[in-house]
Write a protein that binds this ligand. Sequence first.
Ligand code: PLP
Length: 381
Amino acid sequence: MEFGTGNGYSNGNGYTNGNGHTNGNGNYNGNGHVNGNGKANGAKVVKMKPMDSELLREQGHIMVDFIADYYKNLQDSPQDFPVLSQVQPGYLRDMLPDSAPERPESLKELLDDVSKKIMPGITHWQSPSYFAYYASSTSVAGFLGEMLNAGLSVVGFTWLTSPAATELEIIVLDWLAKLLQLPDHFLSTGKGNGGGVIQGTGCEAVLVVVLAARDRILKKVGKTLLPQLVVYGSDQTHSSFRKACLIGGIHEENIRLLKTDSSTNYGMPPESLEEAISHDLAKGFIPFFICATVGTTSSAAVDPLVPLGNIAKKYGIWLHVDAAYAGNACICPEYRKFIDGIENADSFNMNAHKWLFANQTCSPLWVKVCWFYLILNLLFN
Ligand code: PLP
């Protein structure tokens, strides 16, 4: 297998040839780094240029060639890339030094290492022969977007830290919400104070809404009642739900995973849900969260959102819809029916890195914020 040969980094005038990087004695030379043996002999310390534009241009091209060759080879000779990595656990430790190298290496050496040591441990998710979990999802557009993002290195934690980041996120998530025909209350321009925000992963999205729902109910009933809070999912719900609840302090024994079977195509039976809620209420528990799924991970089941939404509404319970992979398909008019009933949900998430050609990871989450709780928040915070 050859990766990225003959394209500049292997012809001797690459990273090691004295244009700003390693020289013979293993230190940094000349233009851009520390030269000689540093301050000890009075040598001048030159300013570091971590994002030297010419270096970026030169090495960026080499890296793009390396990646483009990878995709070409993946396509042309899939037999050289077993989808399932053939290495044994711990294989990499024997191939790498015990501690970080003290001397820099050339980009050519690094990419050779990637070919020899890293590639064997890669599961080729983007291979045309990959059929596990979700279909290969990256794309040139997604890749270029990531490149731009890495290049600008935008920090977007408030509007001020990069206004375009916040504004673009809000606008694009409104576009996506419209493509999915989500109800108006999930749009930033809709009534109320809802909208979409990108989370790192589907697991994070579920955690965020469990915490939001928990805070909402605790504001109403009082913090001391945390041990009484109860949540509902099904035995097909993704494991991130249980994890989110545990992180959120919900007692393990208060996580109800309702049994499903083939009679409902492994969807959550609304009758079992209502029965469980009534039973919990009678015992003094506080039902506050239902996690429904459109496209369960292990069985592709779709929970019936219309009756589940009616139950959530009747008992004032937060309904979240996790449509991590299948939600993407609902953009197509012929599949939109799978999220019919979303009107009664409080939140909805899907993973654009699954079927929407975004690179790992991009998990849009939409939340409907109710005026009543906003006012409550303002009064008590
Ligand atoms: N929910 C469902 C239904 C999923 O299929 C997955 C991913 O496999 C997740 C949640 C978790 O998503 P992520 O891997 O982005 O955390």
